[in-house]
Design a protein around this ligand. Sequence first.
Ligand SMILES: Nc1ncnc2c1ncn2[C@@H]1O[C@H](COP(=O)(O)OP(=O)(O)OP(=O)(O)O)[C@@H](O)[C@H]1O
Length: 917
Amino acid sequence: MKFARSGAQRGRVLTALGAIRQQLGLALGAAEAARRSAETQLARLELEQQILRAGIGKAAGDEGLAEALRHPEMAGVRDQLNAVHEAFYADAGTVPGRLRELVDQLATGPATRPPSEWLGRTGTVTLTPPPLWRIGSSTVDPSGPFPVAVPLLDESHLAITSAPRTRAAIDALVEGLILRVLSSMEPGAVRIHLWDVGQLTAVLPNLYPLSRTSAITTYDPTRLEDLLDELAGHIRRVHAQTMQSGHHSLRDMREALGQRTEPWRIVVLFGNGENWAPEPLRALKRIAGGALAAGISLIAIDLPTILGGGVENIRLLDEHHAVTSMTGADIVVDLDTPIPATEVMGAAGRLADALIARQGGPRSFADLLPTELGQENSARELRAPVGFHEGDPVEVVIGDGSPHALIGGPSGSGKTNFLYALLGSLAARYPPNELALYLLDFKEGVSFAGLAPGRRDASWLPHARLIGVNVNTDREFGLALLRFLADELRRRSAAAKEHEVTDLAALRQQDPDGHWPRIVAVIDEFQYLFAGRDAVTGQATALLEDIARRGRAQGIHLILASQDIAGIDAFWGKPAVFEQCTLRIAMPKARRVLAETNNAAIAAPKWHAVINHDSGVSHGNQLAHVPDASGRDIFASLQRKLWELYADEHHRPRLFDGAHSPLLEHLPAFGTLSPGGRPQALLGQSIDVDDVACAVELSAAPGRNLAVLGTAIAEALSIMDAGARSLARQFVPGEVEFLLCCLVDRCAPAVDQLAEILKADGHPVDQIPEDELGGRMRALAEETSSRTRMLLLYGVDAALPTLETKQPGELKSGLDHFRTVLKQGPIKGVHTLGWWRSTARLKDTLGFGGTDDIGAWAALDVQGAELSQFAAGQVVHWSPRPGRALFFDRSTHVSPEVMIPFDRPEEGIGKFRRVGD
Ligand SMILES: Nc1ncnc2c1ncn2[C@@H]1O[C@H](COP(=O)(O)OP(=O)(O)OP(=O)(O)O)[C@@H](O)[C@H]1O
């Protein structure tokens, strides 16, 4: 039983082993077959290779190969090769033709045509250069040669490798390329920078005539770092410019703007086959990486390094032949015959002449202006040329990247002229609904006055909303402008929040019907804002900081100009403003406007400016000749054109001229006064962006009296006069009575004159003689009347001795009654407008009753310290100045404000008539 079982087991094992053997046999057989097939395949491929090496034509005559081909396993090899060969040549045959077509299409004019057709002519291309430039030709089949061209300018760098004794050929190749480029592009559009490790001057000697122009600059072989620094600077500046405008390359920006803002640059670097030291090499690689986007292309000869960015290679085989990366290693390029040296020189001379002619002498203001006025949109930025460098316009950009500008230069260096050039160039490009100007000049003089309607010229600059001149003593006006801008900033921020956007461009998109022009506020000699250690300086600094920080996003831009930025202490303590002014404009000899190590302003010639959009660091320097914009009738003629185009009577700019006091009749608030409502006495003009009055409301409430304080007669009379005349307009005849008492002889004519005017308006006027004043005070204190009564007292202090005397048998003096009138009068409709020539006499008048009965006052030549007692004890800063008053109304003011009393012509009553009479 046991044996039978083991026999059966063995049988199963043997069967299994047999099966395995069979499988193995099959597998081995298959492997053998595969090996044989692979060997055959290999042999076929090896044969193919041998045939290809020998050449298909020659293989037929080779006995060994013919024998091999006859082997049955090699059947079909020849046919297959012939088929591929034919297909390739059928296709290749079309390549030269296609290349000819392509090059013809891409490389036009001098870029590809024979020199005889263009040599010595100047180019015309302004925006889009040809992408390919011819260097030679090649022939691959009987269809004839096809042109070989390489990319340059925005497209690619070029690396050229020499062969022995090919320097002359390389010079000719590069000269040819440069001549093609310069003859295609408009004069000045391309600058060439030459550096040769072994040569000081004779780099590409045939182009020498161009070296007297800006087209070619040759660098000292030992000063490689100068060239590399310059290039790195260009790249950084252009990069900043393009990125700020939302573009990735100079080409993108050029295409978007439809205008060239920078020249192209070709940098030719002749090496000697040796590698550079690590530092310049690193710099070169960095430059090569960023250069193309900045319109810079390198032609590097014999520099054994790999450049970044796109690079094409030309390797010379001998003087006449080369291989290029464009055509591949197997195609030999026949380099174009060099243009004879004399012809290159002649052409270079003519190109130089054309460039000099185009750059011409100094350009004029008219050259800054566009052909059509007002075509630009300011949603993203403001951009305008302000001058020229070697014939090319140099622009100022005011936008996100450079929101505010700082202009510096000593007196006479042309700051004001620069401002005119800038304002003219901007105003000519942007219509008033895109650009609103607020112009303030702290200088003595009237530099912006011409932009407002004047006696000689009725036109004005339609973009100007506010023009402030002669404000050197009215620092408060600067403050008012800053407050206005800060308010506008808040208004814009709120609108942006409401529309859920963060900047002006987006706000304008979301709110297309809104009125959101970019605002440019120019403050010339802005250091006056900081001219004292006082509250004005403190507030101005805080406001400026706020506007400088947040104005960028809301399209509110500051242009601050000053003779002496170095001297502005408050400014240095608050670097925020300074830092936000990334646009720096340095007139010749300006100090501290540019970065400390940047000396460009010192070297700048007369009537030039260094424009720098990079906070003053050297690489941002752009020198510009600024044309005369402020000479006679230059700006004015543009202004007249703009005025004819846009002027709207309702949008005259507000002119604030600190040297001229306004007339009451010209104040809008005076013209709109009419009976009814709460009467208010207009006293003077507020120092504000809007043309508003300082007024005191004389309603039936305690303390509604006015005291005018000080000895300045003209101003005191003006304030009393304006108060009375404005009140007169608010009552119908019979509703009000004016009681006038003049205690200063010199003022009698003025008081009489006022009485006449008030009477002419139909109001009863009672002129009280001095000796009757006490009695009239008693009557006013004791009686009541249905009429409002305005008691105008001129020189109250002079009446005090009389008022103080008690009449025999009387318990109260005239002064006691006067105090009652001051205290209780306003509630009964008796308001006192009194002029005291000293604060002590006002104090005497009020006695121990405190100062509450004088609810409002206007102080003239009275020191601030004397006024605190009438301003609830607060410290009052006031240094009296002619033609100005300090006004305080305790019901409306937190602290006193400076006021301009009206001009009060004295020649005749006629001048005092109502507006419209
Ligand atoms: N680019 C220019 N071309 C011709 N003349 C100019 C130029 N710039 C300024 N001027 C003239 O030079 C004079 C002084 O210029 P401007 O008033 O602009 O200087 P400023 O720096 O503003 O001096 P200040 O601060 O003393 O007013 C003016 O008569 C002006 O017309």
